[in-house]
Design a protein around this ligand. Structure first.
Ligand code: AMP
Ligand code: GLY
Length: 424
């Protein structure tokens, strides 16, 4: 089979790596890819926003399955375009991807199908939203409705902060059209977990549960990022809790979307908070999480491509997903200054090291420059180690990461330390 992966980050490198291990797969393309993906797949210079060109390429190269990495092409209808042309693709269509594309729609579904989530209220009028906030003392979470690359969420501690967030979203238009509506939410407390399933509209398989590390500094200090590291599986979630998550959250969401006439095919990512009153939904994503996927896929024993083909065909019933019994830890190396301003074009050294078994170096913001590989983004690399225990995986990943250097390279020193605390 010939596979096309769409995207250019660490998640897409992990998808390419896993696709190549499928006995069904003869050739993997990636559009547009990065310097690491270039070593594992044939990269084609088509942006993930250029839907017409992606379709033309998939038809011309007789691609058997296209897999979409990032959310924007899903929310903007790439899957619909392929479907209309009878070209096989894996991912939710535009109406299903709205679960990520609109937080107001997500809340509507959660509320209608009685799925546990934070109390909320939605506004599309600035003045009404403002007078609501003025009467609301204490903390509140303020969210832009649409896609904002993870930056549209503000945890506010008082009225001044929440009014500022509202102003940024609806008056300064920092997120453009994504700020036409606004969601206010009750603040939840607890541990976060990322649950990813592959769904066929009706049935699903569950991938290994993972935990992300969103803040830039150790001990979860500093601003939010796209994710600075992840581990899987999560030792603190019991089998009973997983069953509860499936019955109370995943299944009613898939059923509810079918009832809404928006059957959900693709990866459904549930960002959950494990509160004292049970697991509650913070958000849904319509795609694989990044960096979670860089920890979750190296644990998978099942064939990802076979599973995705079954999902795309609506034939997941009876399909099993198997994980190894190992643990995986992924540590992201970022450019100094990220998530604020940072410089690009720094030469990366140490990539040609001969890695121990179970060490994988996934590229995110890298590009080729002559014979060198240089930095080209905020999150540059994800180094994943797999071992029999989480403690061993932590040890292995931090030994490996020392081999890689570039000017300004930064990574957290405490990825998965939380998993050890949870184990205790
Ligand atoms: P979201 O994009 O909605 O998942 O929000 C991004 C991050 O903001 C989440 O991963 C949480 O860390 C935090 N967050 C979102 N909603 C809430 C909430 N209701 N209570 C507390 N933290 C939240
Ligand atoms: N790691 C969070 C996300 O992919 O949205």
């Amino acid at each position: 089979m010939r596979i096309l992966i769409v995207g250019n980050g660490g998640r897409e490198h992990a998808l390419v790596w896993k696709a190549k291990r499928s006995p069904l797969v003869k050739k993997v393309y990636c559009a547009p890819g990065n310097a690491g993906i270039y070593q594992d797949a044939e990269c084609v210079e088509i942006s993930s926003a250029n839907h017409a060109e992606l379709l033309r390429f998939a038809i011309k190269e007789k691609i058997d399955l296209t897999v979409v990495g990032p959310e924007a092409p899903l929310v903007n209808g790439l899957v619909d375009l392929f479907d209309e042309n009878g070209v096989p693709i894996f991912g939710p269509n535009r109406r299903a991807a709205e679960l990520e594309g609109s937080k107001a729609f997500c809340k509507y579904v959660l509320n209608k199908y009685d799925i546990p989530t934070a109390e909320f209220i939605v506004f599309d009028d600035y003045e009404k939203a403002k007078s609501f906030l003025q009467q609301h003392k204490g903390s509140i979470v303020v969210k832009a409705d649409g896609l904002a690359a993870g930056k549209g969420v503000f945890i506010c501690h008082d009225v001044e902060e929440s009014l500022n967030a509202l102003h940024k979203i609806m008056r300064d238009n920092e997120f453009g059209d994504a700020g036409r509506k606004i969601v206010f939410e009750e603040r939840l407390v607890g541990d976060e977990v990322s649950i990813m399933v592959i769904a066929d509209g009706e049935n699903y398989v569950l991938l290994a549960p993972a935990q992300d590390h969103k803040r830039i500094f150790d001990n979860d200090m500093g601003p939010n990022t796209g994710g600075m590291g992840a581990f899987a599986p999560t030792p603190h979630i019991s089998q009973e809790a997983m069953a509860q998550i499936c019955h109370e959250i995943i299944e009613p969401t898939i059923k509810g979307m079918a009832l809404e006439g928006r059957p959900y095919k693709g990866v459904l990512y549930a960002g959950l908070m494990l509160t004292a009153k049970g697991p509650k939904v913070l958000e849904f994503n319509a795609r694989f999480g990044d960096p979670e996927t860089q920890a979750v896929l190296p644990l998978a024993e099942s064939d990802l491509i076979e599973t995705m083909l079954a999902a795309a065909d609506g034939k997941l019933a009876g399909v099993q997903w198997k994980n190894s019994r190992d643990a995986a830890v992924c540590v992201v190396i970022a450019s100094g200054g990220y998530p604020g301003e940072f410089e690009k074009g720094k030469k990366i050294l140490g990539l040609d090291h001969s890695w121990d078994d179970g060490v994988f170096v996934f590229h995110a913001g890298t590009k080729r420059h002559g014979n060198d590989i240089v930095t080209s983004g905020g999150r540059v690399l994800g180094v994943t180690a797999v071992d029999s225990t989480i403690l061993r995986a932590i040890d292995k990943v931090y030994k490996a990461i020392k081999w890689i250097t570039f000017d300004g390279a930064y990574y957290r020193r405490d990825i998965a330390a939380r998993a050890l605390r949870q184990l205790r």
